[in-house]
Design a protein around this ligand. Structure first.
Ligand SMILES: [Zn+2]
Length: 322
């Protein structure tokens, strides 16, 4: 299985709740655990600003490229430096590359991306460039796909993605998220807003009901799976309180659900603000494990070291209930 990653994803954003070192840590962890060989991990191509323009407005792109603090850039909650903007452009190139690989192989994973709060005309919530939307538009422009779905299981609603595709029946947007939390909600094609303290069982039940229906009714040719780690119980920003086991079950519902139907699926990392970054790394690594499992490429369990920084009831997730 192929993964997309760049060292340039680690950005200097000062003291911040967003751990941009997680990308490198996940990459290193996959190799250390024998889940990926270095040659399985490919770098994104050079970013192309014209790709960003497929989604983002001329004024907003100009503000980013010229590092201008305006109403369009100020809501990012990030500093505005060239290194950071370039990093976001590379993330978008990475999501495009991962989607191309996903179409070839059935499953590919981007060890980056998922910046679903960026709108066409402004950045928001740690997101400058909506890599998910850019990748869909780029693959459509290349004629590789016509229909796509975004299955967004980050803690936060994918508000930017929802708005960008609101009037486009070819792209189905689904978001399952904590309702009483940032952002102000946009209208996805399907939203499931969950109460605080929802926990594993109710979360997975909702997902098991929604995912097969989306896939059967919309018939996407590609699913981008926004696999945020922030529904986790020790996340600093959220209160959905999923365990690592619950999050692994979530991954299984989405990834296996797509793969079983022959629909290419590409997870992207999105959020993750656990008190201990090692937990965020565990959760993203488990998403990769689920990809490898559906492809029949997961190394034998003996090769998997105990990965949790906190004891968990089971190292391997149970299969989701039918
Ligand atoms: Zn999030």
């Amino acid at each position: 299985m192929r993964f997309v990653y760049s060292d340039k994803y680690q950005l200097d954003i000062g003291v911040h709740v967003f751990p941009t070192d997680k990308y490198r840590l996940v990459r290193d962890r996959l190799v250390a655990d024998g889940l990926a060989r270095p040659e399985d991990i490919v770098a994104p191509p050079e970013p192309n600003v014209d790709d960003i323009r497929l989604v983002h407005t001329r004024e907003y792109v100009d503000d980013m490229l010229n590092l201008r603090w305006t109403a369009r850039t100020v809501r990012s909650e990030l500093p505005l430096t060239w290194e950071i903007i370039l990093g976001y452009l590379i993330h978008a190139a990475g999501t495009i590359a991962a989607c191309r690989l996903g179409l070839e192989d059935g499953v590919a994973m981007h060890l980056g991306g998922g910046f679903h709060h960026a709108f066409a005309d402004h950045g928001e919530g740690f997101c400058y460039v909506n890599d998910v939307a850019v990748a869909v538009r780029k693959l459509q422009a290349e004629g590789r796909i016509a229909r796509a779905a975004v299955i967004d299981c980050d803690l936060h609603q994918g508000n930017g993605t929802a708005r960008i595709f609101q009037a486009d029946p070819a792209v189905f947007t689904f978001s399952i998220h904590q309702e009483h939390l940032y952002p102000i909600k946009e209208k996805s094609d399907l939203d499931i807003g969950l109460a605080d303290e929802t926990g594993d069982d109710i979360y997975v039940e909702h997902l098991q009901a929604a995912v097969p229906k989306i896939l059967a009714e919309h018939k996407p040719e590609l699913v981008i799976y926004v696999a945020g780690a922030d529904p986790f119980k020790d996340d600093q920003l959220g209160a959905l309180r999923l365990t690592k086991r619950g999050l692994a079950m979530r991954d299984r519902v989405v990834i296996e659900g797509c793969h079983r139907r022959g629909i290419p699926v590409v997870p992207v990392l999105a959020g993750g603000y656990a008190l201990n970054t090692a937990d965020t790394v565990d959760i993203h690594t488990n998403t990769a494990r689920e990809c490898l499992r559906v492809l029949g490429q997961l190394p034998a369990p003996a090769a998997e070291p105990e990965s949790c920084s906190q004891p968990q009831p089971a190292a391997e997730p149970d299969p989701p209930r039918a």
